[in-house]
Design a protein around this ligand. Structure first.
Ligand SMILES: Cc1cc2nc3c(=O)[nH]c(=O)nc-3n(C[C@H](O)[C@H](O)[C@H](O)COP(=O)(O)OP(=O)(O)OC[C@H]3O[C@@H](n4cnc5c(N)ncnc54)[C@H](O)[C@@H]3O)c2cc1C
Length: 414
């Protein structure tokens, strides 16, 4: 399918594909088995300038947008979803700084995230606050020109490998959801340390850690946007980052199908390649159709988001203002519905495709020394993180019900 990618998008997608096939594919099993963080591959990604494809040129990025981000994450995930997550997690740290940081904050943190010199991470989840982020207990108390943070964040991707963390804590528990504030915390800040490292089903090349804050002093100048706006920062970040999860899922599904196609063409039973059996052909056809449908929705969404957001980003960079304020001036809409749809469709597709690929490969598909079972394990997380698919469906339903009600109201008034 020709998705009319511009020259830069074609280049970054091709670069990420080559890097995935030549550098990641040969070592993915090693990182899956050892759960080591893939630093040599991170170095390759830095050299290829992939970390900042979606970030403004003024801060060392390539000046692309969500579409460029999606293409890189998809092609890296085609080789290994776990390794690709190091880039996506850094994006999840950079997006709130890009959207809600002031000019000084953007200048301070985005260049290192864009070059990959320092990795980023995003810490919203806590043991008691998963789908319900309003239950955040991590506490930040204002004392003069800094906040003193105490509490625990868990399940943080790239935890301990990252050096810049977008973090959320309550600054006013009495205000509930409106009492949560977003901060940037740097590795090495006294009182900030790492707790338990999780052992996972899939994406094992990504380190998932608990973060511990013990009387950690964070300067007031590290607050993103305004006190009490943290959940709002997180929600707007997810609008822009969920297409990245969808891309990770698509890449995982496509990678599983690529490997399966090679196998079913070579494997013979009953004197013929198993690819000649109609039962296998129909599964191949369904997998390819589902992946292409997901890709069509994802690319259309990413391009529409870029068309709407880019003028706000350009204006903020030029005027030294905050992107989110420029988005409001330009009446840029929320992308919650569309980005949720991308995540649900692509992640459910990836899980189904990877499962069918195991089936098509038969017994070898179930074995650890063959790459297909890893795709199935890696696909599962895309239905869970950045808001489970149940939560996405809640949000999509809420949006379409609201839209229907307002259309009805308009029709009555007309
Ligand atoms: C490998 C991994 C990496 C992660 N990385 C990060 C990260 O980098 N940063 C970060 O902040 N978080 C991260 N997370 C956390 C992740 O976003 C949460 O696990 C996820 O949002 C779900 O929260 P929970 O695990 O507490 O599940 P729960 O909220 O306890 O949900 C359990 C089940 O109940 C369902 N459920 C809950 N509420 C509702 C509802 N209202 N309606 C319908 N169903 C509901 C859920 O869909 C799910 O099926 C990561 C998680 C994992 C596993």
């Amino acid at each position: 399918m020709d998705y009319e990618l511009n020259e830069q998008q074609q280049e970054v997608a091709s670069l990420a594909y080559q890097l995935g096939q030549q550098k990641i594919r040969p070592v993915r099993e090693h990182y899956d088995q050892t759960e080591e963080f893939p630093w040599p591959i991170i170095e390759e990604m830095r050299k290829a300038d992939l970390f900042g494809v979606y970030l403004p040129q003024e801060y060392g990025g390539l000046g692309g947008g969500t579409m460029d981000f999606v293409l890189v994450v998809e092609q890296l995930s085609r080789a290994c979803g776990g390794i690709a997550l190091s880039m996506a997690a850094s994006g999840l740290c950079a997006i709130p700084i890009l959207l809600f940081g002031n000019a000084e904050q953007r200048k301070r943190w985005i260049p290192d995230l864009a070059s990959g010199k320092r990795l980023g991470a995003f810490a919203l989840t806590e043991p008691g606050a998963g789908s319900d982020a309003t239950a955040t207990k991590c506490m930040a108390k204002l004392e003069g020109d800094h906040y003193v943070v105490n509490g625990i964040k868990n399940f943080c991707s790239s935890g301990n490998a990252a050096e810049i963390y977008t973090t959320f804590a309550t600054t006013n528990p009495a205000r509930g959801a409106r009492g949560i504030t977003a901060f940037v915390v740097e590795k090495g800040t006294p009182g900030f340390s790492f707790g338990k490292k999780e052992q996972k089903m899939g994406i094992r090349a990504s380190s998932t850690y608990e973060l511990v804050f013990n009387n950690c002093k964070i300067p007031k100048s590290n607050v993103l946007y305004k006190e009490g706006y943290g959940l709002f920062v997180a929600q707007n970040t997810f609008d822009m980052s969920r297409p990245g999860v969808a891309a990770q899922a698509l890449g995982i599904g496509q990678g599983a199908l690529d490997e399966t196609l090679s196998y079913v063409r070579a494997r013979k039973q009953f004197g013929q390649a198993i690819a000649s059996f109609q039962a296998i052909q129909h599964m191949l056809a369904d997998c390819a159709t589902a992946l292409e449908s997901g890709r069509a929705l994802l690319y259309a969404t990413a391009k529409a988001m870029d068309r709407a957001m880019q003028p706000a980003i350009d204006a903020a960079v030029q005027n030294q203002t905050i992107v989110y304020d420029e988005m409001n001036k330009l009446n840029v809409k929320r992308w919650t519905k569309e980005s949720g749809m991308c995540k649900v469709l692509c992640s459910d597709t990836a899980m189904r495709v990877a499962t069918d690929c195991v089936q098509m490969c038969g017994g070898i598909g179930y074995m650890r020394d063959f790459p297909i079972e890893k795709y199935m394990r890696d696909a599962k997380i895309t239905q869970i993180y950045e808001g489970t698919n149940q939560i996405q469906r809640n949000e999509i339903a809420m949006m379409i019900i609201k839209e229907s009600a307002s259309k009805q109201k308009e029709a009555v008034l007309a």
